[in-house]
Ligand binder design. Structure first.
Ligand SMILES: Cc1cc2nc3c(=O)[nH]c(=O)nc-3n(C[C@H](O)[C@H](O)[C@H](O)COP(=O)(O)O)c2cc1C
Length: 170
């Protein structure tokens, strides 16, 4: 799929089929995350691949929407702040790196005809417990991964002129 078309096609999928995700497609999605750029190439993120079969109730405690556990797989991107590059003024890029990895996952999934939905509004304490995350591993984003069972809504975005400025702020 051409890149501009891929970007247009991606949307937040909030209904999923139970059809399994082909292993080869999952491998390509994960490889896209592996190749994501990170600050100073520190790669301070990890991806957890979680099967939802038989665990819907437990996993559903992290985010209480039925579609969250409807797909066969759930992906979690976590960051490891101790491994992340930190700017001289103290700004850590751990979250930024994890977000880029997540976006690579999402776009690669779209290219495979798979659906995703960024979930940031999860319960971090529940995620920590259910995924057995040790101290120093921070959950950043979740997404179901499966074939879409809904239709893309119309995209609502600000005009480019509002989002882009030339040379300086004003
Ligand atoms: C960082 C981030 C966090 C998000 N968290 C949630 C969430 O917790 N629940 C949800 O339903 N959608 C969530 N979304 C999806 C957005 O609502 C969605 O991307 C936005 O409305 C644009 O719609 P589209 O993705 O269909 O183009 C999140 C998206 C991003 C980028």
């Amino acid at each position: 799929m051409e890149f501009a078309e891929l970007v247009r096609r991606r949307y937040s999928v909030r209904a999923y089929k139970r059809d399994p995700v082909p292993e080869a497609a999952l491998a390509r999605v994960l490889e896209a995350a592996r190749l994501a750029p990170t600050a100073a190439n520190r790669q301070p993120f990890r991806v957890l691949v979680i099967r939802t079969e038989g665990r819907k109730e437990e996993l559903g405690r992290m985010y209480q929407r039925s579609w969250f556990v409807e797909a066969p797989l759930l992906l979690a991107v976590v960051c490891l702040p101790a491994e992340a590059w930190v700017r001289r003024d103290g700004k850590s890029y751990a979250d930024v790196d994890a977000a880029i990895a997540m976006d690579h996952l999402v776009l690669a999934a779209t290219a495979e005809g798979l659906g995703t939905c960024w979930v940031g509004a999860f319960d971090p304490a529940a995620a920590r417990e259910i995924l057995a995350l040790p101290a120093g591993v921070e959950p950043i984003a979740f997404s179901p991964l499966g074939f879409p069972a809904d239709q893309p809504p119309e995209k609502k975005r600000k005009a480019l002129a509002e989002l882009v400025r030339r040379e300086r702020w004003s």
